[in-house]
Design a binder for this molecule. Structure first.
Ligand code: ARG
Length: 590
């Protein structure tokens, strides 16, 4: 379906054309004075300069041509030359009916589906998930769902951080604690045990401990480096141990992501890209793109227009060791081979922006990726506490994701129980859904790149621009629909036509509804789930105003009543679709 704003624009453009002006002056925008009109066109002001006429004269000519059109209720030329537009009830009603019968409420699937890899989540093996990983998971999941909704072929990859010194640190620490393990016995010939010799809690304690210890004990760090080296070169016992570490860690991560309603198509690891490194390095050297600088292998990525410092992209350290960069470049090579992506989106903390600029430039400049591949760095801001500093636990430690979720769960549970009695099981289930909505909406309603304050009281409130408010609105519509069925004994028929709006609040509701496809297209184009949040917030507000202004169920005119039921059924479907795109769902009641 066409966007409603395009339908309106096209008609105004045609009128400009008929009056002898360039069509493009007819472009329409949403009104910035909603008290006066719904849409506006400022084209006459611009045309005035080109055609050397008074803007109001042009505006009047255009408006005159359109006076007979059924699209408009009011179309007025206003000094000095604005055109103020209010669309007719009939036009709006027709558009809404079309949305109701169209597939996906008029959001069209793309005619040229793109293959897009989304690199998000980015957890690290054996390190606990913290709130920084939360943002990547929440944003990436929504960006993925939006792209997929529009018909793109999207591959979500967790890109697990499993490569680096952390591996050697864990192995070294395990060796210190449990030297009797067969993995450390070079002469061991049999099968390694199937069970991991540690639990996830142990593992999560081991890494920070080892990391701390290594800072003040150089010989320990040396040992860890050596263990990393041996592992990377296929030491049998270490490899077996590493597989246990991966399995335990991945099982735990999957559980965590499942609780967040986040699902990856791929569980690729940094280590999977290593096999691509030798050929890649060879290519970079042979093609002359890489040069040696103080023993290290680097690629220059500075461009003339750079105003900030742009260090070269390092491929190999002087001791031959690979880096985070090397792995990311090799991962591009791997993705190219496996998926031939049209685009890759990296959902990563915005503090890594310079790094990604280097890596992107390096990939393009050296031809590791074709220049047409769209590389996007979707950098997100920091989640802060109320003090404006990165979110911490009460005693100042790093807040673990699980604990944060429990905290929000408890808060919501208390609220639900203080409102009404309900079986504990149901309350828990509702609390889980509402808490997830609170967390995700609290995050996604901000522009991705902005820092935001995690304010548990505000996020969990049932009023204001919050997830729970959206869910509350959905549940309210559902209960009206249930009541309608109960009272009338009728099922809600899909094909009941929605009548043109008969009040201001109904018009306002339809106007909000009508902006859906434009919203989703923009959210996709800009990787901006916050657009979807803004849309459903406006829609929920418009619905609640309409609800308070009209007695839907007890409306005497049955035709009007059924039309309203049809309208709110549409609103219900749209709200549910949108929250699914944001990655959460509504309970049956709350
Ligand atoms: N594991 C990294 C971290 O915790 C994030 C990975 C981001 N993705 C990438 N391709 N580098 O910071």
């Amino acid at each position: 379906m066409k966007k409603i704003i395009d339908l309106i624009s096209n008609e105004i453009k045609e009128a400009f054309d008929k009056c002898g002006y360039d069509k493009e002056y007819g472009m329409v925008t949403l009104s910035n004075r909603p008290d006066l009109c719904q849409y506006q066109c400022n084209g006459a002001l611009a045309a005035a300069k080109a055609y050397k006429k008074a803007p109001i004269v042009i505006a009047n000519e255009v408006v005159d041509i359109l006076s007979e059109s059924n699209t408009f209720k009011d179309i007025l030329a206003i000094m000095p030359g604005f055109i103020n537009i209010t669309i007719s009830e009939e036009f709006l009603g027709n558009y809404i009916n079309e949305m109701k019968t169209a597939d996906y409420f008029g959001c069209e699937k793309t005619v040229s589906p793109k293959t897009i890899v989304i690199d998000y989540g980015g957890p690290n093996v054996a390190k606990p998930l913290h709130v920084g990983h939360l943002r990547s998971a929440i944003i990436g999941e929504s960006v993925k769902r939006i792209a997929r909704f529009l018909g793109h072929n999207v591959i979500g990859d967790v890109h697990l951080g499993d490569w680096g010194l952390q591996m050697g640190l864990i192995i070294t620490e395990l060796k210190k604690r449990k030297p009797e393990l067969v993995y450390f016995d070079e002469s061991f010939e049999g099968e390694y045990p199937a069970e991991a010799p540690f639990t996830i809690s142990e593992l999560e304690e081991i890494y920070p401990a080892a990391n701390e210890y290594s800072k003040s004990h150089p010989e320990y760090k040396e040992e860890a480096k050596n263990a990393t080296f041996l592992l990377q070169n296929g030491n049998k016992g270490y490899v077996a141990l590493w597989n246990h570490i991966l399995n335990v860690s991945i099982t735990d991560l999957k559980k965590n992501y499942e609780n967040l309603n986040v699902e990856f198509d791929l569980w690729k690891k940094e280590s999977d890209a290593q096999e691509y490194i030798p050929d890649m390095v060879e290519y970079l050297k042979e093609s002359g793109h890489a040069r040696i600088s103080e023993g290290a292998l680097v690629v220059d990525v500075k461009e003339e227009t750079d105003t900030k410092e742009m260090p070269p992209c390092m491929i190999l350290k002087s001791d031959g060791a690979t880096l985070y960069n090397t792995t990311d470049l090799a991962t591009m090579v791997e993705r190219k081979k496996l998926f031939q992506p049209d685009g890759i989106i990296y959902v990563v903390d915005k503090r890594q922006e310079l790094y990604f600029t280097q890596v992107f430039r390096c990939a393009k400049k050296t031809g590791l990726l074709d220049t047409e591949v769209d590389l996007t760095f979707l950098g997100f801001g920091t989640m802060n506490g109320k003090d404006g500093k990165p979110f911490k636990t009460r005693d100042g430690g790093v807040m673990r994701l699980e604990n944060l979720i429990s905290l929000v769960n408890e808060e919501v549970y208390k609220m639900i129980m203080s409102n009404r009695e309900m079986p504990e099981e149901e309350a828990k289930d509702i609390a889980k859904k509402v808490a997830l909505a609170a967390i995700k909406y609290g995050d996604l309603s901000n522009q991705v790149s902005k820092d935001y304050i995690f304010d548990i009281e505000r996020f969990t409130s049932f009023e204001g621009n919050t997830g729970p408010y959206i869910l509350y609105t959905i549940v309210r519509i559902k209960s009206i629909l249930n009541k309608y069925k109960e009272i009338t004994g009728k099922e809600i028929k899909e094909d009941i036509k929605i009548m043109p709006p008969s009040s201001e609040s109904e018009t306002a509701l339809m106007l909000e509804i009508s902006k859906l496809n434009e919203t989703i297209y923009n959210a996709f184009a800009e990787n901006a789930p916050n657009r979807v949040c803004q849309y459903i917030y406006d829609l929920a507000n418009a619905f609640n105003k309409f609800y308070h202004g009209n007695k839907i169920i007890s409306e005497e005119n049955p035709e009007r009543r059924d039309s309203w039921i049809s309208l709110i059924t549409l609103a219900y479907g749209i709200l549910n679709t949108c929250i699914e795109l944001l990655g959460f769902e509504a309970p049956e009641r709350m």
